[in-house]
Design a protein around this ligand. Structure first.
Ligand code: NAG
Ligand code: NAG
Ligand code: NAG
Ligand code: NAG
Ligand code: NAG
Ligand code: NAG
Length: 742
């Protein structure tokens, strides 16, 4: 004990009779080590080259691409080594090795380690008597740590495999601390700014509980510490509410959520949310105007650990030694994130039959009977989430995940083909609002975590196009509730070393705040009757977007929308629908769009119908729901005429619709290119007619103002890996648009 205290004091780790020095990972897994810092003696095949040697890198299923599950050496060669250039003098304290991610069992079972300052003369590490043979792996997945008795100072490190199973393949991490360079000391002092004095450590379950309690005690006026329910093993799924009047929904104040830790080993999201809580509490107390505004105007819910049982498992092994999947699932084996009822197929089938939205709603789809109670197919954690999602009028949310560095927007599921989500341009905006304000998410030179960057440098991707999954939280949230939900993948390393947490916080802070602000985008309001009583469960539809929202208990609603002009209709049982024009500008804050509905004479009509033996009566002005209604305006077309007006629902099905949409996109793209060529010098809306064709165009119509924002050509030129043209929305904005004023 005395020894270990001494050890700790000196950043050492007590081991037997020695204090072993422990340095953090240099960043093979996090990709802080760049590809050109790695060199190998030989390569078995291109797909097993040196940069595939990163700890926990995942092979692609495709045998023909470049993304193998490890570095593998050419078996013909006699000598094998992999070399890392730390680029600066480094105190090396250990290495972690792992086998190949592959159905076969390939791994290195013993190796030597050598060091150099010039990469020509090498010194093999010895144990005082002979060259020190380290024991490596005995399976392909479990990382094994070897620590050196003493730190070794050098610039280059080599691992020389001596024995292996199967093919000679390995993945690895290297532990080291940079040796302070007196010349650059001034520089490094400037580098780390402890501006936000937060707790940058990993927290186990009890530490997390303690921290959340202490935050709640520190800021009692703006927080509420509560639980969504219990995990399989009985741990609480804790949440922190942060708002000016915690514990209640305030009419007109939108509810926002961040959740994390669906997969217990993705520990970064958990810590980021714990840091965000501390930050909001402190900054609110310090009168930071931005935080004050955010907290006063939004009901924010933060759930750092949806799967506490899984985290406990991963935490025991620590940040480097859990495998890629240890703690990923719940105790009883569920992947919470994709454990939600599949409503996509219900909607899509109905769409194909032309039943949406007349017979089947385009929103708030009910969960089919029996799914939630069926024996063990839905995790208790998922059930807790669902009832929480149903009991708060959430407007926007994001789930923080790990193992990739991008933002993924729904749909997450696909069938034979990808279905474009109704609110795609909005989802893309939401995704870009995070990715572009994150410090490194759009750094294209870094590539993807396991394969080529799937985002084309934008940092955002449609999940169905990238890695489709059924039953996701995002799809469920969109189809069953009002809430728009996205997935934020924070980085390649799911469980970064503690020393990375400050840096990760700095990378994410601005993005986290910017994304919350997006909840105040679009329109909001209250639906009331003539006496001023709120009408709950009223439907609010936006023409051209076949996805409605509903009012909450106090009659309030929010409809996230990109800037534009919209015809919005409110409907409620027993009232006459009412349609009005609502304009969303670029200014921060949602546009207020209230509705006062008149009682309909429907009750009277029903009486008359009953008198006449319930024969159907044809209503003359029932108003249209969702898409389908045409709208003309002398000078402006409605921006969101994207899918509406063109192809009648259910006529030809979605395949047709998608194909027509694609053709239309190509035509628009051609026209736009012509126009760009013609008016290279001007950014102002030109007077060319925007040929959205099927909207009855008046010959004199001017280009919609929003068209000048559509410079997102880069988006549109993306092609999918199969060479197919992306079904991007024709209403993309210029995403260089500054959003920090929000
Ligand atoms: C590399 O250089 C440093 C400082 O000059 C020295 O302490 C260290 O022993 C050298 N390492 C090797 C492997 O030669
Ligand atoms: C070694 O590799 C062979 C073939 O690749 C595999 O069948 C065997 O199970 C592996 N041995 C161990 C101990 O993993
Ligand atoms: C909480 O609010 C009350 C009054 O509203 C105020 O007096 C008190 O100082 C606040 N407490 C904290 C910790 O901010
Ligand atoms: C549910 O599953 C458990 C074991 O997994 C089984 O003992 C029980 O009979 C099942 N109940 C029903 C209603 O199927
Ligand atoms: C809300 O309205 C829909 C129809 O618009 C109806 O099917 C549903 O039962 C209503 N829900 C509640 C809780 O009143
Ligand atoms: C409600 O009815 C009054 C007349 O009774 C009419 O003037 C008004 O326009 C109606 N409002 C709506 C929203 O339908």
């Amino acid at each position: 004990p005395w020894h270990s205290v001494q050890c700790l004091r000196h950043k050492f780790f007590f081991f037997g009779l020695h204090c072993l020095s422990v340095c953090p990972p240099l960043g093979m897994e996090s990709h802080r080590i760049e590809n050109d810092q790695l060199l190998t003696s030989s390569v078995y095949q291109h797909r097993y080259s040196s940069h595939r040697a990163r700890l926990n890198i995942q092979a692609s299923g495709d045998e023909d691409d470049m993304n193998g599950g490890a570095w593998c050496a050419n078996p013909e060669e006699k000598m094998h080594w992999i070399e890392l250039d730390a680029r600066t003098l480094t105190e090396f304290t250990g290495v972690i090795t792992q086998g190949r991610d592959d159905p076969l069992d390939d791994y290195v079972s013993s190796y030597y380690v050598a060091f150099s300052n010039d990469s020509r003369e090498w010194t093999v590490l010895d144990d005082g008597y002979a060259e020190w043979l380290f024991f490596g792996n005995s399976d392909k997945n479990t990382p094994v740590l070897s620590q050196f008795m003493e730190p070794v100072v050098a610039r280059y490190i080599r691992i020389l495999p001596q024995s292996w199973n199967g093919t000679m393949c390995m993945r690895m991490e290297v532990l080291g601390c940079p040796v302070p360079d007196p010349l650059s000391q001034y520089q490094s002092q400037n580098e780390v700014t402890h501006r936000d004095d937060l707790d940058y450590t990993h927290h186990n379950y009890l530490d997390m509980e303690k921290l959340m309690k202490s935050i709640s005690d520190e800021c009692p006026n703006i927080t509420r510490f509560y639980s969504l329910g219990k995990s399989f093993k009985g741990l609480e799924i804790y949440a922190m509410e942060i708002t000016d009047n915690p514990g209640m929904h305030e009419t007109g104040e939108p509810e926002f959520r961040y959740t994390a830790g669906y997969h217990g080993n993705e520990a970064l999201g958990r810590e980021i949310l714990l840091m965000l809580m501390q930050y909001l509490c402190r900054e609110y107390k310090d009168d930071n105007p931005r935080v004050r505004h955010l907290v006063d105007e939004t009901r924010i819910h933060l759930v750092p650990s949806v799967n506490p049982d899984g985290h406990m498992k991963a935490f025991e092994k620590g940040s480097e030694l859990g495998s890629w999947t240890l703690g990923h699932w719940t105790e009883d084996g569920h992947d919470i994130f994709q454990n939600f009822p599949d409503l996509n197929n219900i909607l899509w089938d109905a769409e194909d039959k032309g039943m949406v939205p007349k017979l089947i709603p385009n929103h708030h789809l009910p969960i089919p009977e029996g799914i939630l109670s069926s024996n063990g197919s839905v995790a208790v954690e998922t059930l807790a989430l669902i009832s929480w999602m149903e009991s708060h009028p959430f407007v926007l949310g994001a789930n923080l995940q790990g193992g990739e560095r991008l933002v993924a927007y729904p749909f997450d599921m696909r069938q034979e083909e990808i279905r474009v989500i109704e609110d795609q341009s909005l989802f893309r905006w939401l995704a870009i609002s995070y990715a572009s304000t994150h410090r490194t998410m759009t750094q294209t030179f870094q590539g993807g975590c396991h394969a080529d960057d799937p985002t084309g440098g934008l940092g955002i991707v449609n999940r169905a196009k990238w890695k489709p999954i059924p039953g996701s939280m995002n799809d469920f949230s969109y189809l069953h509730t009002n809430c728009f939900e996205l997935s934020i993948f924070l980085g390649c390393d799911k469980f970064p070393h503690q020393s990375e947490l400050l840096r990760e916080w700095e990378h994410n802070r601005e993005a986290l705040l910017t994304f919350i602000t997006q909840v105040h985008r679009g329109i909001k309001g209250v639906v009331r009757d003539k006496e001023g009583n709120p009408i709950s469960n009223a439907t609010v539809s936006v023409e051209g977007i076949n996805h409605d929202v509903r009012t909450g208990e106090s009659g309030d609603y929010w409809r996230l929308l990109n800037p534009g002009e919209y015809r919005v209709t409110a409907r409620a049982e027993g009232y006459s629908p009412f349609t009005r024009l609502c304009v969303v500008g670029f200014d921060p804050g949602a546009t207020l769009c209230n509705f006062d509905l008149n009682k309909s004479n429907w009750d009277r009509i029903k009486q008359i119908m009953a008198l006449h033996g319930n024969r159907p009566i044809r209503l003359l002005s029932s108003g249209n729901r969702g898409s389908g209604q045409r709208y003309t305006h002398s000078t402006n077309q409605i921006p969101n005429s994207k899918f509406s007006n063109k192809i009648p629902n259910g006529n030809g099905g979605d395949m047709n619709r998608a194909r027509l949409h694609r053709l239309r996109l190509m035509r628009i793209r051609r026209l736009r290119q012509q126009r760009l060529l013609a008016s290279k010098t001007t950014m102002l809306p030109t007077t060319t007619t925007m040929t959205t064709t099927t909207v009855p165009t008046t010959t004199e119509s001017t280009t919609p103002w929003y068209d000048s924002w559509r410079l997102g050509e880069t988006f549109e030129e993306n092609t999918t890996p199969t060479g197919e043209i992306e079904l991007t929305d024709s209403l993309d904005y210029n995403y260089n648009y500054k959003i920090d004023d929000y």
